[in-house]
Design a protein around this ligand. Structure first.
Ligand SMILES: C[S@@+](CC[C@H](N)C(=O)[O-])C[C@H]1O[C@@H](n2cnc3c(N)ncnc32)[C@H](O)[C@@H]1O
Length: 380
């Protein structure tokens, strides 16, 4: 736990899930810079915070009754915990997802620049109609996250844009709404047809809401996974696409096993919406499927699943990557019935076979090329 000190108070903040070994803070210099700037401008009216990672901004600004817009289930859980720890009445802060309709009128728009340029583009398109000439728009991010293309998005969708000086490697973005700008509709979701080399999903349509993993083409690892997925199993078996992204892996399983019951899970609202759209466009009518936003399989009953398919997230932050994959494997083991299987794709160098052996006691190599491996672990 770390303490953020602001003129609105001091706040003990954590990420989600809480991990005592995790030394990473729930805010950064970009959040601090924005909060210091707001002390000078005294914002009022409807305050919307887009992309607040772990809820540091809305927790510090709770007195302004802000609206948070987030694409992350983990981020929202962290926000709820941080607000509760700060003693904030839950009704004081509205938590919206990127899929919810935004407020109709926004007086102050605060944007923590998200990692995904596409998500920023899509959300600015969605929020622009709610802005008016007097709306105060302030973005914030670390210098390395703010590119010329980021500023061009603000400029093109909102209006004239300038940046502040950098402080502690963070920068603010100031955009002045220009009512004469008509940015047109959001280019998202992006839809493409899966080519003839996409195994069971060849010729189907992948629907990608902004910000999902590899939104404009089939990822090479996913393509390799599709080539080596298990064949049909017993009728009615329960299959989970864990970390489903746009859902092509689960769709492939549904096409191979039309009698199966599918569950698509992701922590991103955009991903789950994409998976549902991809499934509806490509699955045989009558195939059973459920779409759930959540943290891994934490809310799936133990021993209730026959097969888990998983392409774990791969971030540049190495420690985080391993931690999420390990949690996903542990979740899968708990959710599987005895004899149930987890199939995983990963970069060869990540050594998932070691983690699987630790969690399941076994790991079998199904396929490999110089870059990727597909591994199977069985719940004994
Ligand atoms: C490498 S992508 C795989 C996407 C898709 N299954 C594919 O193979 O193309 C990993 C996915 O895991 C999701 N993810 C990350 N952390 C998660 C968590 N704690 N619970 C559920 N999904 C998570 C990410 O949002 C992302 O969509």
């Amino acid at each position: 736990m770390n303490r953020l000190t602001t003129s609105w108070g001091e706040f003990d903040l954590t990420r989600f899930p809480e991990d005592p070994r995790d030394t990473l803070r729930a805010w950064d210099a970009a959040d601090e810079y924005l909060l210091r700037h707001l002390e000078e401008v005294s914002p009022s009216g409807t305050v919307v915070v887009l992309g607040d990672r772990w809820g540091a901004l809305v927790t510090a600004l709770a007195a302004l009754s802000p609206v948070q817009i987030s694409d992350s289930f983990l981020g929202r859980e962290a926000t709820r915990a941080n607000l509760a720890r700060a003693g904030v009445d839950p009704s004081a802060v509205r938590l919206l997802t990127t899929q919810d309709p935004p407020p109709e009128r926004i007086d102050v728009l605060l944007v923590r620049v998200p990692k995904s340029h596409a998500l920023l583009e899509d959300q600015l398109h969605r929020l622009a109609p709610a802005l008016h000439e007097g709306t105060v728009v302030v973005g914030t991010g670390m210098v390395k996250e703010i590119h010329t293309s980021t500023l061009q998005l603000f400029e093109r969708i909102i209006g004239p844009t300038r940046t502040s000086l950098a402080v502690k490697k963070a920068r603010l973005i100031f955009a002045t709404p220009d009512p004469s700008i008509t940015p047109g509709p959001s280019p998202w979701p992006c839809t493409y047809t899966l080519d003839g080399d996409s195994s069971a999903v060849s010729g189907r349509t992948a629907v990608n809401h902004a910000g999902v993993f590899c939104a404009d083409r089939l990822d090479v690892g996913t393509r390799f996974f599709l080539r080596h997925l298990p064949g049909p199993g017993a009728p009615g078996r329960r299959i989970v696409d864990l970390g489903c992204g746009n859902g092509v892996v689960g769709l492939a399983a549904a096409l191979t096993d039309p009698d199966a019951e599918l569950l698509f899970v992701d922590e991103s609202y955009q991903a789950v919406a994409s998976a549902e759209a991809t499934f509806r466009a490509g699955a045989a009518p009558g195939t059973k499927a459920e779409f759930r936003v959540g943290d891994g399989l934490s809310d799936v009953a133990p021993g209730s699943v026959d097969l888990v398919l998983n392409n774990p997230p791969f971030h540049s932050h190495h420690a985080t990557t391993d931690a999420t994959a390990r949690r996903m494997f542990t979740d899968a083991r708990r959710a599987l019935r005895p004899g149930g299987e987890l199939w995983v794709i990963g970069n060869r160098h990540l050594g998932y076979h070691v983690t699987l052996r630790r969690v399941f006691g076994n790991s079998e190599l199904i396929a490999g090329d110089p870059k990727f491996v597909v591994l199977k672990a069985v719940k004994r």
